[in-house]
Ligand binder design. Structure first.
Ligand SMILES: *Cc1c(COP(=O)(O)O)cnc(C)c1O
Length: 442
């Protein structure tokens, strides 16, 4: 059941009415349900019970401290892709021993920080990275725990911008070279080869690509073990999709967007593992947080163009980039429940940003909206706020977490002073401008 439901004709987050929340916090704002986060994590963890699995939440999906802390309290680790995410994970209480570091371009400084923190595993994606990491670890008299991320050359059949496991993608080590690179790893003084990792993309709608990729990764692990490598871990990445057009939200039968079930996903993992006695690492991002968040917005103006009816709302592509970037679909509901017999109208929901691509929804059947109405943009908990920018000098929207009938601002709205105040004037312009912008103190 969704955490966002109508109660007495008003859309609620858990038991908080969203009109009240909007009045107190302003719009646009992100609203997260802690119950939804917890339920999702616990379901996921329960599905892997008995498999010696460490669940490392991919916090690039949503890096808010309150979100990470909610999951960490339940036992989640973290999958990170930068030093910033390392710091976010540690600050939110994720133990270093449950952190895996992914990414094709980890810098020496980032790897040093992760080594010093004592993380569980580096997922290494190239020989250059392997040598760099070895040198850093050796200089500390340490051996870095490493999984080789292989590129299995499997088509994830998801959006081209979020597929990562094809040979032409920048990610991973070509599967054909896995044994050679493992030999190199075994000979380097600062490397402790612990496992094999694979991650083929995001928002996967089918199980078959997972099955192929897991099987290939497990085969590589079996070969390496047979050759004498002592592998203790298999990391099967993230990527499990969610039903953006799912039945729960559209009341419909949209099979085209059906996401795979958790049970099928677990079955694919089990099938690949078979006899292998290893620790399993999983890196779900979207699956844990997408449904737990909405973007709450207000209609500024309705506008009837010659060809289209527009709802111009106060959330835009700088807040939620996914529709502009991936033509992603997000369900939309008005906060005040429409009468059951209301005839819907074809509407484009757009933001105020000066770009034609600034769309939230195109040709959507929505109940008639009017100026000032509140809308909720669903399934916005993953890759929402984290991808926001301040384009058009629009301050970052606040994030709010709900628990039962309580809500708290877990990141305030950025102020205009904060927005402008990061800029600095060079000395030769200093006298000409008054305001929050100051010259860099040298
Ligand atoms: C993005 C990413 C994830 C999480 O992907 P989701 O689709 O959000 O589950 C996991 N692992 C790696 C290496 C990633 O890059």
């Amino acid at each position: 059941m969704s955490a966002f439901t109508y109660r007495g004709g008003i859309l609620h987050a858990e038991t908080v009415p969203l009109d009240r929340l909007a009045a107190e916090c302003g719009t646009p704002c992100w609203v997260y349900s802690s119950a939804a986060l917890e339920r999702r994590y616990l379901d996921f963890a329960a599905a892997f019970a008995g498999l010696n699995a460490t669940i490392c939440y991919a916090l690039k999906a949503n890096g808010n401290q309150a979100v990470i802390a909610t999951l960490a309290r339940l036992g989640a680790g973290a999958d990170i892709v930068s030093e910033g995410e390392l710091r976010r994970a540690l600050a939110a209480g994720v133990p270093a021993t449950k952190i895996v570091f992914a990414g094709v371009g980890k810098t020496a400084a980032e790897m040093a920080a992760a080594l010093d923190a004592g993380i569980l595993q580096f997922n290494v994606e190239s020989e250059s990275e392997l040598r760099q990491l070895s040198a850093l670890a050796a200089s500390r008299d340490r051996r870095a725990p490493v999984a080789l991320r292989i590129n299995p050359d499997v088509d994830a059949r998801t959006h081209a911008k979020i597929t990562t496991g094809k040979s032409e993608n920048k990610f991973g080590i070509d599967i054909a070279r896995a044994e050679e690179v493992a030999r190199l790893a075994a000979g380097l003084p600062g490397i402790d080869l612990k496992g094999i990792a694979v991650h083929i993309g995001s928002q996967l709608a089918e199980i078959d690509p997972f099955r192929d990729a897991f099987a290939r990764a497990a085969d590589v692990a079996r070969r390496l073990i047979a050759q004498g490598h002592r592998l203790a871990r298999l990391d099967f990445g993230g990527g499990l999709g969610v039903p953006y057009r799912g039945e729960a939200l559209t009341g419909g039968n949209n099979v085209a967007d059906a996401a795979p079930g958790l049970a099928d996903y677990v079955a694919a993992v089990r099938a690949a593992l078979r006899d292998l006695d290893v620790q399993l690492v999983l890196e779900p991002g979207r699956y844990l947080v997408a449904e737990a968040g909405i973007l709450l917005a207000r209609v500024i103006y309705m506008k009837d163009g010659r060809a289209k009816r527009f709802a111009i709302v106060d959330a835009a592509m700088n807040d939620l980039l996914r529709p502009a970037l991936y033509e992603a679909y997000h369900p939309i509901r008005p906060v005040i429940e429409p009468e059951p017999d209301t005839a819907p109208l074809l509407t484009d929901v757009v933001g105020p940003v000066c770009e034609t691509g600034d769309v939230i929804a195109v040709d959507r059947t929505l109940p008639p909206l009017k100026d000032g109405d509140l809308i909720a943009i669903f399934m916005a908990g993953a890759y929402g706020s984290v991808m926001s920018s301040t384009y058009n000098a629009r301050p970052l929207a606040p994030e709010i977490m709900v628990k039962d009938d309580r809500f708290e601002i877990v990141r305030p709205r950025q102020t205009y002073d904060q927005l402008i105040g990061l800029d600095r004037l060079p000395q030769w312009l200093e006298e000409t401008v008054a305001g929050p912008v100051r010259r860099v103190r040298r």
